[in-house]
Design a protein around this ligand. Sequence first.
Ligand code: ATP
Ligand code: MG
Length: 291
Amino acid sequence: MATPVIAIANQKGGVGKTTTAINLAACLTVQRQNILLIDLDPQANATSGLGVEKTPGQSIYKALLGEVGVENVIRPTTYKRLDIIASELDLAGAEVDIARADNYLHRLKESLAPILEQDRYDFIFVDCPPSLGILTMNALTAAESLLIPLQCEYYALEGLSVIIDLVEKLRTSGTNPQLHLEGIIMTMYDGRTNLSQAVVQDVYKHFGNRIYETLIPRTIRLGEAPSFGKPIIDYDRQSVGAVAYLQLAKEFLQRRGSEEARSFPFQSESPIAEAAEAQAAQAEDREELPE
Ligand code: ATP
Ligand code: MG
């Protein structure tokens, strides 16, 4: 089965897309999932938030234009089971170049094709920029599903119909018939305010169980972690933010039913998996994130 590609998108800025991309990815590695995170935002916040250097030429840019194979731009992070395709400022110019290319909505899909059949990753996440421009459209064309982080604030639902309608259009037009809503993650939840609770209830009325039960709290530690280039479980394992994202990773897997899927026929504790892990650990001295 091809590796699921999941776009993390919301055209609104600052709603927690990158924080969710980094921390959901990191917490899924704790669940023994191999993850590739693609930073498709020229702001490169996911790149710096994972402590990865921005190196000119080392982004998805050239792969999108078909100038290099995607394998050449995948880089390891300091964490086991977590690889990244970093971003760089050049990606800002990529929109213009891609717009001129043939089949411009399918550039990401085509460039990812070689790794999707390899079984190398369990999930590929794409952190999108805060717009519905060509880069986000490429992510939505390549993706099997869309994960929407929604900030617990008064105007949370405003604009949501735009991206939901876009998903519908991409599906019905045949551009990406399989695209669906993976789920909605409520971020920056403040349980002390009635507003946060009211917003969650409101969103629930519209989207029901498409909302994750795990709410991501607003915490200072989650805001601090990126400036240290660390996911929250490395920056402060005991913090409520770390607990929340670990819980979200579990819920994500439960909802996808992939824990069952992975336990058959090769359990993650099987000798084969263990041997492969031991080899991988020897090959590269990467840090194991705490459970
Ligand atoms: P952009 O649209 O610019 O890409 P984004 O949707 O990716 O933004 P983030 O960068 O994840 O949003 O978050 C915006 C800001 O809020 C960042 O400074 C981040 O550290 C902070 N932040 C995100 N989630 C939380 C949280 N749960 N608690 C506290 N601060 C948070
Ligand atoms: Mg971002």
